[in-house]
Design a protein around this ligand. Structure first.
Ligand code: ZN
Length: 272
């Protein structure tokens, strides 16, 4: 399994810092945080980025993320499509294969059939754009109660209905746990359709109070990571485990220290 580093982990640091960390600590791949990318592109070009990645031998696994892609009015969705096209162009240029796309909060009084339909429609439209660039869309369910797609089973159902080669799922252990996804639901997923696996842990507090800021280094919390990994192994998933922590406490640390500890702890979990 490759080990990835997600830029959210060091959200206060810039893209170049993330690239340097990935190189220095021999991570296998970087997941670029899009806000850092946009910041970088204010003063640099995609060609500059390409050169740096090549020089430092850093592989980019994904760009994170296009948020709230569903239940948008035409004007806002047109904006999402433009964002998708722009990120696809960059992906094609720098050799990145995946863009993470995220569902919107749940509108009131909506039936699940409607959530599925709207999600499939939005993903199909974006998929048409991304396929022109040979880029995948990795649909990431969020475990929060108010998110329209908050568990693996529903996410997988939607992706199956989209039935497009370039649309798959992200499994994030924090969202898997907080949304109450069942370990059993992993066996219904085609491993080839898991484009990214985000690994992280969470504090031992009631699920309803858990927020992104409660994420912890893998192994430091209560998420059953070994069981999740075992279930993934059973379906022969072995692509990437990418560390994604949104913990303000870690954002205050030296970024390299956070990335070093995160990698050590993740390897320990992966080795069982
Ligand atoms: Zn994630």
């Amino acid at each position: 399994m490759l080990i990835g580093f997600n830029g959210a982990t060091t959200i206060k640091n810039d893209l170049l810092t993330d690239i340097n960390i990935v190189q220095k600590l021999s991570y296998d791949a970087l997941e670029i945080w899009s806000a850092k990318l946009y910041q970088y592109l204010k003063k640099n070009t995609v060609s500059d980025l390409k050169k740096i990645l090549k020089r430092k031998k850093v592989r980019v696994w994904s760009i994170n993320s296009i948020e709230c892609i569903t239940f948008q009015d035409d004007k806002t969705f047109a904006k999402k499509k433009r964002e998708c096209k722009k990120l696809c162009e960059i992906c094609a240029d720098i050799g990145c294969k995946n863009i993470v796309v995220v569902p919107s909060p749940n509108p009131k009084n909506i039936k699940q059939s409607e959530i599925i339909k709207k999600s499939v429609d939005a993903l199909c439209e974006l998929s048409d754009i991304a396929s022109k660039y040979n880029v995948n869309l990795a649909f990431e369910f969020l475990g929060f109660k108010d998110c329209s797609v908050n568990n693996l089973s529903l996410c997988n159902k939607i992706v199956k209905k989209v039935n497009s080669e370039n649309v798959g799922v992200v499994i994030d252990t924090f969202h898997f746990y907080t949304g109450g996804s069942k370990l059993d639901s992993i066996k219904d997923v085609d491993a080839n359709k898991i484009f990214i696996f985000h690994i992280n842990d969470a504090e031992n507090i009631p699920i309803k109070f858990l927020k992104d800021s409660h994420r912890l280094f893998p192994g430091d919390g209560i998420i059953p990571l070994r069981e999740i990994l075992f279930a993934l192994k059973n379906i022969s998933y072995d692509k990437i485990a990418s560390i994604e922590l949104f913990r303000p406490e870690y954002w205050e640390w030296q970024p390299e220290a956070v990335a070093r500890i995160a990698k050590e702890k993740t390897l320990k979990i992966l080795e069982g």
